[in-house]
Design a protein around this ligand. Structure first.
Ligand SMILES: *Cc1c(COP(=O)(O)O)cnc(C)c1O
Length: 244
């Protein structure tokens, strides 16, 4: 693999300040408080030195889309579940055979999208005597390559999660379709928010849906205007990734 450029602490600090300023402006436009928005730095494909530099620059929330990579980085900078000071977010698609690693090393999961996975996570979390905060992933763009539930299936899925006492359902998560103009995906973010707002909690009082995990480097400001509480930002913070 060709080398990815690795930014140093001052460079990351500068980008972090710029992203935070844009988050604050988006919040102001929407009449929201910046305290409501958590910035997750997505460090996938970058070496652990980048995670450490970002930590020194002040970042405390980190996201990875592969379990193995999260486990390796959390070994160096542990998450809260392991007694550390940062929060690790597993944001990528999760296979059931990796559920044990997620329960052991990830603080939050953003990609719950099927009942068999929920069953496995519930069993593992019960064994580990912990509660795993989970976002339910929704495919709002309708792209066949995307993971996540169809919007029409979300409410029934939330009902079906009622028996899982070791999973705390905190909100909905999505990836919008790639778009040159982020305005183009505003309706997709709006749809996610509407799905959360219209859920009838009487069907499952344990479901809270306090949070919306949506918005990436190219579209986080629009996502915040539409109610995002967790934005997942990679390239705008750490530079371009060399991905297949
Ligand atoms: C890679 C990734 C991101 C960050 O993407 P950028 O465009 O680099 O900000 C966010 N969410 C998920 C699920 C990802 O896999």
């Amino acid at each position: 693999m060709a080398e990815q450029q690795v930014l140093d602490v001052p460079a990351i600090r500068e980008r972090l300040a710029w992203i935070q300023e844009r988050i604050e402006r988006a919040c102001r436009r929407a009449g929201r408080s910046p305290d409501e928005v958590t910035l997750i730095g997505v460090t996938k494909t970058f070496p652990v030195a980048v995670v450490q530099a970002a930590y020194e620059a002040g970042l405390r929330h980190f996201g990875e889309n592969r379990v193995q990579e999260l486990v390796a980085k959390a070994a160096v900078l542990p998450g809260r579940i392991e007694g550390g000071e940062v929060t690790w977010h597993m944001i990528g698609h999760l296979q059931r055979n990796k559920a044990r690693d997620v329960v052991a090393h990830a603080d939050w999961l953003h990609s719950l999208d099927n009942l068999r996975l929920a069953e496995t996570l519930e069993r593992r979390a019960a064994m580990a005597d912990r509660v795993l905060p989970c976002f339910v992933e929704v495919n709002v763009s309708g792209e066949p390559t995307k993971f996540g539930l169809e919007p029409e299936a979300v409410h029934d899925f939330l009902d079906a999660l009622a028996p899982f006492e070791h999973l705390e359902i905190v909100g909905l998560m999505t990836l919008a379709a790639p778009a040159e103009d982020p305005e183009a995906v505003r309706p997709q973010f709006r749809l996610l928010r509407r799905l959360a707002e219209t859920y009838d909690r009487r069907n499952n009082p344990r479901v809270q849906l306090r949070y919306l995990s949506m918005g990436m480097s190219g579209d986080f400001e629009v996502a915040i205007e539409e109610g995002a509480t967790h934005v997942r930002i990679g390239s705008a913070l750490f530079g371009p990734r060399l991905e297949p």
